[in-house]
Design a binder for this molecule. Structure first.
Ligand SMILES: [Zn+2]
Ligand SMILES: [Zn+2]
Length: 418
């Protein structure tokens, strides 16, 4: 029977894993330097968590969540595979009362997320995200910190990025420009898709996410700029951020159409893009402020901001990693009667030499084919265990200069040098 993987998901083969772990390690090292602590979230959550956070009219909640159906009908609980990480972190923050536990409330997560989307290049139904969240720190310092950290990550990964920023105002001023937007879109008299018809009533900004309707509206909305409708506080805040970025010589573009696809954002929002991927999936990182999200779960005002890096896309634009040559040593046996002795030697050497990769011994292979395999695996040396082992000796073959000599087992480590 031949069984393929499910559409839209993929296996990460060793070369992919190497890239993924490399990116993960860089992200981890940098954020921990800034005092972030890791939370490992469960892969499954109640769907209501996302309805209350990501939003009822968002793409994620309306059509992208994988629901888990329990075969036991009595236990219908609307459990879904997590489509993103922020909502889970907020749930954990509230559930475990983390606000009293840590003076600095900076958290990060890494793992796979699941969304039912049309699979295409750079877009998978299971994808990896590395996310950082800052709770209980106000705008400007925490906004600038996020940008600095993400810039540092991309610098370390040697990936050129374009930072696009915008502000979507606070709950107060957003009401005004959302109404203006609503009227404008109605006036265009364009036939919208069913979902956007709904969005026009509930959350017109969400129409910016629609791949069929937004292109039709984009040009007509040219004169619509959220900046013109901001309240004094939001205007001042955004100016401060722009000033902070310019003073630090951080390049950015203001994109007035950048609104982010999730309901919980407010104020400063941003996306990091690459020129190396098609426009439909060129966002490598996205984030912003979500000052009212925690309030929905905890009747307490806790400002927050965060960002998530799309690891799969970063893997696509990451330059090929330099091959780090690992130091490999092979162990072969003249015949199977020496197998147990070879394992003894392997255990003794492996315990003491953490940096060496040991390959072998192998059953049912001629000495010649053992040698061929170990040579193909780029072993520097091969220990040949044969008759000499009775005198505590082995034959040491050096693949670098094609020589061999009899060596006493007690002195073997003196020889295992490059
Ligand atoms: Zn405002
Ligand atoms: Zn639409």
């Amino acid at each position: 029977m031949y069984i393929n993987s499910i559409r839209g998901v993929r296996d990460l083969l060793p070369e992919d894993v190497k890239k993924l772990r490399y990116i993960e390690r860089i992200c981890r090292e940098i954020v921990e330097k800034y005092g972030f602590k890791e939370i490992i979230l469960p892969t499954i959550e109640n769907s209501v968590l996302y309805q209350h956070s990501v939003g009822e009219t968002s793409d994620i909640v309306t059509k992208q969540m994988f629901e888990i159906v329990n075969k036991d009908e009595k236990d219908k609980k609307n459990i879904v595979l997590r489509p993103e990480g922020t909502a889970g972190i907020v749930r954990a923050f509230v559930e475990h009362n983390l606000k009293d536990k840590y003076p600095l409330k900076r958290f990060y997560y890494f793992g796979s997320m699941f969304r039912y989307e049309r699979p295409q290049k750079g877009r998978f139904r299971e994808f990896y995200q590395f996310g950082i969240e800052i709770f209980n720190e106000f705008s400007i310092s925490s906004d600038l910190l996020l940008i600095n950290i993400i810039n540092e990550i991309f610098q370390n990964l040697k990936i050129e990025i374009i930072l696009e920023i915008n502000t979507i105002g606070c709950l107060e001023c957003r009401k005004d420009f959302v109404n203006i937007l609503k009227e404008k879109i109605k006036d265009f008299n364009i036939q919208l898709c069913n979902l956007c018809d709904e969005r026009l009533k509930k959350n017109p900004l969400r129409i910016f996410d629609c791949k069929t309707d937004f292109p039709k509206l984009k040009e007509k909305l040219d004169d619509f700029n959220i900046q013109n409708y901001l309240c004094e506080k939001c205007k001042f805040n955004f100016q401060q951020i722009l000033f902070g970025l310019s003073e630090q010589k951080i390049n950015y573009i203001i994109n007035p159409m950048l609104v982010r696809g999730l309901d919980y954002y407010n104020g400063f929002v941003f996306e990091y893009k690459t020129k190396l991927l098609d426009a439909a999936q060129n966002t490598l990182c996205a984030g912003g402020r979500y000052d009212s999200l925690i309030t929905k779960f905890l009747s307490k005002d806790i400002p927050a901001c965060g960002a998530a890096l799309g690891i799969d896309r970063i893997m696509e634009v990451l330059e090929i990693l330099e091959k780090e040559e690992s130091f490999k040593v092979g162990i072969s046996v003249v015949n199977e009667t020496f197998l147990i002795k070879a394992f003894e030697i392997l255990k003794m050497l492996s315990l003491k030499n953490k940096n060496i990769i040991f390959l072998g011994p192998f059953s049912k292979k001629s000495l010649k084919s053992q040698m061929r395999l170990l040579n193909n695996e780029n072993c520097k040396y091969v220990l040949v265990v044969g008759e000499e082992v009775k005198d505590n000796n082995i034959v040491l073959k050096n693949f670098m200069n094609n020589t061999q000599q009899v060596v006493n087992l007690n002195k073997i480590e003196e020889y295992l040098k490059i």
